[in-house]
Design a protein around this ligand. Structure first.
Ligand code: ADP
Ligand code: ASP
Ligand code: MG
Length: 409
């Protein structure tokens, strides 16, 4: 008998019909002799609706109350799905995050899972129940409801799979697997049969929102076999696993992109020791995360400095940088929040030269100007003007032959 953790995302449980369809599928899995723990998201649009309600009351709700509000979305789905299962004569029990005891830290709206008490789950499974667990939520030491950040139900599922030592964690969504890039942007994108934890982690970190970043970190750390599949059609989906287990061997596995970027520049800064610290220190002190950093070669005793932050932090970061420019006697602080980041990802990069130049040539051929570049062992990212996002992603997708089934070595 296998123990499987399944997660159904918002669109997969978006209507009563969809919830009934999920229940039918679960009956099937059960009849084939599997133990099942099912994690569900809020019905599609619900989390945004709740955020909208909060926003009508106040632009700054406390994290604690926002979590009490947001967690209700998933509570509706667990109850409805458990009822649908009971209606089919299957024993099922719903659990909120705090009832299962998904213990988190107290960082409201972006809490991290610390520990899962699996005792209750095991007792129920042994008694023949399907467990239906609310995704995206937990409880802190003090008993406050917490939530795990947008897309957090993925992390609930993987963390449960790790804690229960499940045979597989299956993420059911509205696409039938992980694609070479977001199929909504590039219709020619192709489903991958397999991808490594490492690549998936880069893809998620660089903007592919098919899985929450934390869920991939968990899967990788505890080696949870993780599969992304469609809840609308049959299929093998995409298996995310260790490098040796992935058969498909392409140099580039996928292209990720994000619109959540903004760039800040300070020019004419005195070129002396400690300058990077004096520019970036105040930004970090304001809890703003810095992504890419470029410092120009100094000339005439001064230098220029450019970095990127999340677009939500743009206004705040620019204000801080303007103040820094004043104190340092720099020439000017300026910014641009109409930029995006496009990244190519692949473990094959480690053993192949010339990937970067191929990327830059493909962009040049489309007349796309690169504003910033950053590389690591298995990814190359560029920052470009936001108007080139679709064109850039398509050009790279085709330059690296990602749409074709034949894998080039
Ligand atoms: P759910 O509500 O089930 O959690 P999400 O909307 O969070 O679903 O994730 C699925 C979506 O992720 C897809 O509809 C797709 O547009 C998007 N996506 C982004 N990048 C990729 C990719 N590389 N492969 C597949 N889907 C992707
Ligand atoms: N409902 C939450 C969200 O919309 C969590 C999730 O669906 O994973 O972000
Ligand atoms: Mg999601």
């Amino acid at each position: 008998m296998s123990l499987i953790v399944q997660k159904y995302g918002g669109t997969s449980v978006g209507t009563v019909e969809r919830i009934n369809a999920v229940a039918d599928k679960l009956v099937d899995w059960r009849q084939r002799g599997n133990d099942l723990v099912v994690v569900v998201s809020a019905m599609s649009g619900e989390t945004n609706r709740l955020l909208g309600l909060a926003n009508e009351i106040t632009p700054n709700p406390t994290g604690r109350e926002l979590d009490v509000l947001l967690s209700t979305g998933e509570q509706v789905t667990i109850a409805l799905l458990s009822m649908a299962l009971a209606q089919r004569g299957v024993k099922a029990r719903s659990y909120t995050g705090s009832q299962v005891r998904i213990l988190t830290d107290n960082a409201h709206n972006k809490a991290r899972i610390r520990e899962i008490d699996a005792a209750r789950v095991h007792t129920d499974l042994a008694a023949g129940y399907i467990l239906v667990v609310a995704g995206f939520q937990g409880v802190d030491e003090a008993g406050n409801i917490t939530t795990l950040g947008r897309g957090g139900s993925d992390t609930t599922a993987v963390a449960l799979a790790a804690a229960l030592n499940a045979d597989e964690c299956q993420i059911y969504t509205d696409v039938n697997g992980v694609y070479t890039t977001d199929p909504r942007v590039v219709p020619e994108a192709r489903r991958l049969t397999g991808i490594t934890y490492e690549e998936m982690l880069e893809m998620a970190s660089l903007g592919s929102k098919v899985l929450q970043i934390r869920s991939v970190e968990f899967a990788s750390k505890y080696e949870v076999p993780l599969r992304v599949l469609s809840s609308f059609e049959e299929g093998e989906g995409t298996l995310i696993s260790k490098e040796e287990q992935v058969m498909e061997r392409a140099v580039i596995s996928g292209i990720a992109f994000t619109r959540d970027e903004a760039q800040l520049t300070i020019t004419g800064v005195p070129d002396e020791p400690g300058v990077a610290y004096r520019i970036l220190g105040p930004i970090s002190d304001a809890n703003i995360e810095i992504d890419m950093i470029v410092q120009n070669i100094g000339a005439d005793g001064t230098t220029d400095f450019t970095f990127t932050v999340n677009r939500n932090d743009y206004a705040k970061a620019l204000k801080i940088l303007e103040e820094t420019a004043q104190t340092l006697g720099a020439r000017e602080a300026s910014g641009n929040d109409k930029i995006v980041k496009i990244s190519i990802v692949g473990v094959g990069m480690r053993s192949h030269a010339g990937i970067a130049s191929k990327m830059f040539r493909a962009l040049a051929e489309e007349g796309i100007n690169i504003l910033m570049i950053s590389t690591s062992e298995i990814k190359i990212s560029v920052v470009v003007d936001e108007k080139y996002l679709e064109l850039g992603v398509r050009a790279l997708h085709s330059a690296f032959g990602l749409e074709s089934e034949t894998i080039s070595e």
